[in-house]
Design a protein around this ligand. Structure first.
Ligand code: NDP
Length: 313
C-alpha cells in the first residue's frame, strides 16, 4: 500500500489573505508525511465549512503561509506514523477533522479520525462530521436542550442549521427557525423546524413571542452572531443588557468540546447513530471539483447554498 503513495498531489493553498482570488489550485504539492500519532488519509470527499472563509479573508489568522485551507474530510488511511493511532490502521475508512483538508492527501492526528460505519457512505460522513458535531455539542453542552423546549435557530437551512433542526426534533425539542428565502424556509421545515420565520420580511422577536405564548425561546443558536461570524466580526455587546432576563451569553467553539479522544469518539459515535437510526437527511448542496473551490466559497458567502458543500479531490 505504502509504495502506491505518490510524492506530489493536488491541493488548494493561500499565500496571502483576501477574496476568492487568493485560492490557488496546485498539482505539485508535497504529499505530507504522517508524524507521530498521525495517519495519512487519501481523501475521497472534503467538507467546506464557513470557517474556511474566515482563514481565507484573514478574519482568523492563518498559522503560516503558504497554508492549505479546510478542516475535514473522509477517505482511506494509506499509512500511519509511529505512536498511538487509536487502533486505526491502513485500509480503514475514516471521517476526520484537522487542518490541511483541501488536498488529495492529509496527515491527520489520529485523535480526530473516526472509522465510518458500513451503513454510512464516505460522502455522507464528510458532509456530516464537523457541522453535525457542532450542532450536537450546541444542544448538549452549550445549552442542554430538553424535550418540549422551544429553541430558536438562525440560518436554519444552512449546514449547521439543518443539523440543528433534525437533532432538536430527534430529542423532542421544538424549533423555531429563521432563513432569508421561502425555499430555505420550506427546506428547514422538511428537516424538522416546527415554525419558520423568513427574516427578510418578518419580525423575528414578535413572531417568537407569538409562537411561544409570550415566554420566548429557552435558547438561541445563532451562527451569524454567537457561535459564528457569517456576516463578519460580531460587534461587542453591553453586558448590562443581559440583566433584563438573566440571559446567559456563550461563544462556544466545537474543538473545546472535543479535547480528548473520549469526547471525540463519544460525540461522533452518537452523531453516526442519529444518522442511521433516525434516517437523517444529509443535505449536500453540491459536490464541487477541488479546482472549483473559488466558486464554492462564492456560493457559500453569497448565501446561495443550503446544507453542506463538499469538494471532490
Ligand atoms: P451556513 O451553511 O449556515 O451558511 C451561512 C448562512 O448564514 C447563510 O446561508 C445565510 O443563511 C446566513 N447568513 C446570514 N447573514 C449572512 C451574511 N451576511 N453572509 C453570509 N451568510 C449569512 O454555514 P455553516 O453551516 O458552515 O456555518 C454556520 C455558522 O456556524 C457560521 O457562522 C460558522 O462560522 C459557524 N460555525 C461555528 C462553529 C463553532 O465551533 N463555533 C463550528 C461550525 C460552524 P440565510 O440566507 O438563511 O440568512
Amino acid at each position: 500500500m505504502a509504495s502506491s503513495i505518490p510524492k506530489t498531489m493536488a491541493g488548494v493553498l493561500i499565500e496571502k489573505t483576501g477574496g476568492t482570488e487568493v485560492l490557488q489550485y496546485k498539482t505539485d504539492l508535497p504529499v505530507p508525511e504522517p508524524k507521530e500519532g498521525e495517519v495519512l488519509v487519501k481523501n475521497e470527499f472534503i467538507g467546506i465549512n464557513y470557517i474556511d472563509t474566515y482563514f481565507r479573508t484573514g478574519l482568523y489568522p492563518a498559522p503560516h503561509f503558504p497554508y492549505i485551507l479546510g478542516r475535514e474530510g473522509s477517505g482511506t488511511i494509506v499509512s500511519a506514523g509511529s505512536g498511538n493511532t487509536y487502533n486505526l490502521s491502513t485500509g480503514d475508512r475514516v471521517a476526520w477533522m484537522a487542518q490541511g483538508a483541501y488536498a488529495e492527501y492529509t496527515a491527520v492526528p489520529a485523535l480526530y479520525a473516526h472509522k465510518i460505519p458500513d451503513a454510512i457512505s464516505s460522502h455522507d460522513a464528510a458532509a456530516a462530521l464537523l457541522q453535525g458535531l457542532t450542532a450536537l455539542t450546541l444542544i448538549r453542552e452549550a445549552h442542554h436542550v430538553n424535550k418540549g423546549d422551544w429553541v430558536l435557530v438562525h440560518a436554519a437551512a444552512g449546514g449547521v442549521g439543518l443539523w440543528l433542526c433534525q437533532l432538536l426534533k430527534a430529542v423532542g425539542a421544538r424549533t423555531i427557525g429563521t432563513a432569508s428565502t421561502d425555499e430555505k424556509v420550506e427546506l428547514a421545515k422538511k428537516n424538522g423546524a416546527e415554525v419558520m420565520i423568513n427574516y427578510s420580511h418578518e419580525d423575528v422577536a414578535a413572531r417568537v413571542k407569538e409562537v411561544t405564548g409570550g415566554a420566548g425561546a429557552i435558547a438561541v443558536f445563532d451562527g451569524v452572531g454567537n457561535f459564528g461570524n457569517a456576516s463578519g466580526a460580531v460587534p461587542p455587546v453591553t453586558i448590562a443588557r443581559l440583566s433584563a432576563k438573566n440571559t446567559k451569553l456563550l461563544r462556544p467553539t466545537l474543538f473545546n468540546y472535543m479535547v480528548t479522544r473520549e469526547e471525540f469518539e463519544t460525540y461522533t459515535g452518537e452523531l453516526f447513530e442519529f444518522m442511521t437510526r433516525d434516517k437523517m437527511d444529509v443535505r449536500v448542496h453540491e459536490v464541487y471539483p477541488l479546482k472549483e473551490v473559488a466558486r464554492a466559497h462564492q456560493d457559500l458567502e453569497g448565501r446561495k447554498t443550503t446544507g453542506k458543500l463538499l469538494l471532490k479531490p
